[in-house]
Design a protein around this ligand. Structure first.
Ligand SMILES: Nc1nc2c(ncn2[C@@H]2O[C@H](COP(=O)(O)OP(=O)(O)OP(=O)(O)O)[C@@H](O)[C@H]2O)c(=O)[nH]1
Ligand SMILES: [Mg+2]
Length: 320
């Protein structure tokens, strides 16, 4: 596809975002990944950006025209400046909402689910049950898991990255266990979803899912989701909860996800719009609008000011 896509991009039939979408589509393994990548490849996002670009060109043309008129001193330009200001604010708002789009990296790499808790809580057993194979060693020796174990698994069409961690305890048995515990803390910090197999009082984060593990043999009145990796009790409820939580982090039907490059590009466009909107000096505002356009061109992979000039000249009849 490289050669063909490259030509399509060079000829302006696909922008960089559609190309990225196509590349994601080829790599997609789950339904959710395919759906979001297809929207991107088909150019939904690209058309949104084209719309922003057109709006920006109009605003720039208005600003340039207002600057020209102000030289002549006979046209009151507070009305047109107010219109430019409103236009900038509206566009900045629209661009800003795009930043709420889910992350394409998370969609691609999987929602990060971290299993944590004290030694012997049953973390590794639960990990194995979730991914359907003996990925982690299980034993009744406290401190069996010493390193992070990451296992990708697709459940119900959603990609997850499950991470088993070393059991957390104050006094590590040795230096290696201490390193493992540090890594467990790092994994917790980067988790999208935490399964906590410890005491309710030690919940590492307010949104962590409290699991009452080993319910087939533990005290029956513990708080949390009753679960036994041995009998399978509670597994369906846990999977349902994981799917529900991950749905909020991933693009829904008809949504696309943004890569970091795209998110940064969108943020740059919005920042220049904010800067333009905060400017009382029209000349500086016009320059910020130009920078916003450059950020859009970087986002789409296109450059060139030709169409800006077209629009500028077309806008010359403003107020006539
Ligand atoms: N009856 C019962 N035993 C379980 C269950 N889950 C784990 N176990 C047992 O509990 C012991 C510890 O399980 P692990 O999964 O190794 O516990 P862990 O939390 O990974 O422990 P560390 O790696 O040492 O931190 C093992 O002997 C398991 O067989 C369960 O749901 N029911
Ligand atoms: Mg373990």
């Amino acid at each position: 596809a490289g050669e063909f896509t490259r030509r399509a991009f060079a000829h302006g039939r696909m922008d960089l975002n559609a190309v990225e979408g196509l590349s994601d589509l080829l790599a997609a393994e789950t339904q959710g990944q395919r759906r979001a990548a297809l929207l991107m490849a088909e150019g939904h996002f690209s058309r949104r950006i084209d719309g922003w670009r057109a709006a920006l060109l109009d605003l720039s043309a208005m600003a340039e025209a207002a600057l020209d008129f102000s030289d002549e001193d006979d046209v009151p330009d507070s009305a047109i400046e107010a219109r430019i200001g409103d236009g900038i604010a509206a566009l900045a708002r629209e661009v800003g909402t795009m930043l709420a789009a889910p992350s394409a990296e998370r969609l691609r790499d999987g929602v990060r689910v971290v299993l944590a808790g004290p030694p012997n809580a049953g973390k590794s057993t639960l990990l194995n049950a979730l991914v359907g194979r003996e990925a982690a060693i299980v034993s009744d020796i406290a401190g069996t898991t010493r390193d992070r174990i990451e296992v990708p698994a697709a459940i119900g069409g959603t990609a997850f990255l499950f991470t088993d961690t070393a059991g957390l305890r104050g006094e590590a048995g040795d230096a290696i266990e201490a390193i493992g515990i540090d890594r467990a803390h790092a994994a917790l910090a980067a988790a999208d979803i935490i399964l906590w197999l410890g005491d309710a009082a030690d919940l590492p984060r307010a949104d962590a899912i409290l699991i009452a593990a080993q319910c087939d043999r533990a005290a029956p009145d513990r708080p949390g989701l009753r679960l036994s990796a041995r009998t399978g009790e509670g597994m369906d409820a846990l999977v349902a909860l994981l799917r529900e939580r991950s749905a909020a982090l991933l693009p829904g039907e008809g949504d696309y996800a943004l890569h970091r490059r795209q998110r940064e590009g969108v943020a740059a466009v919005r920042d220049h719009l904010h800067a333009a909107g905060a400017q009382s000096d029209l000349l500086v505002a016009a320059e910020e609008l130009r920078l916003a356009r450059a950020a859009i061109d970087a986002l789409t992979g296109q450059a060139g000011t030709e169409d800006m000039l077209d629009r500028l000249f077309a806008g010359f009849c403003i107020g006539k």
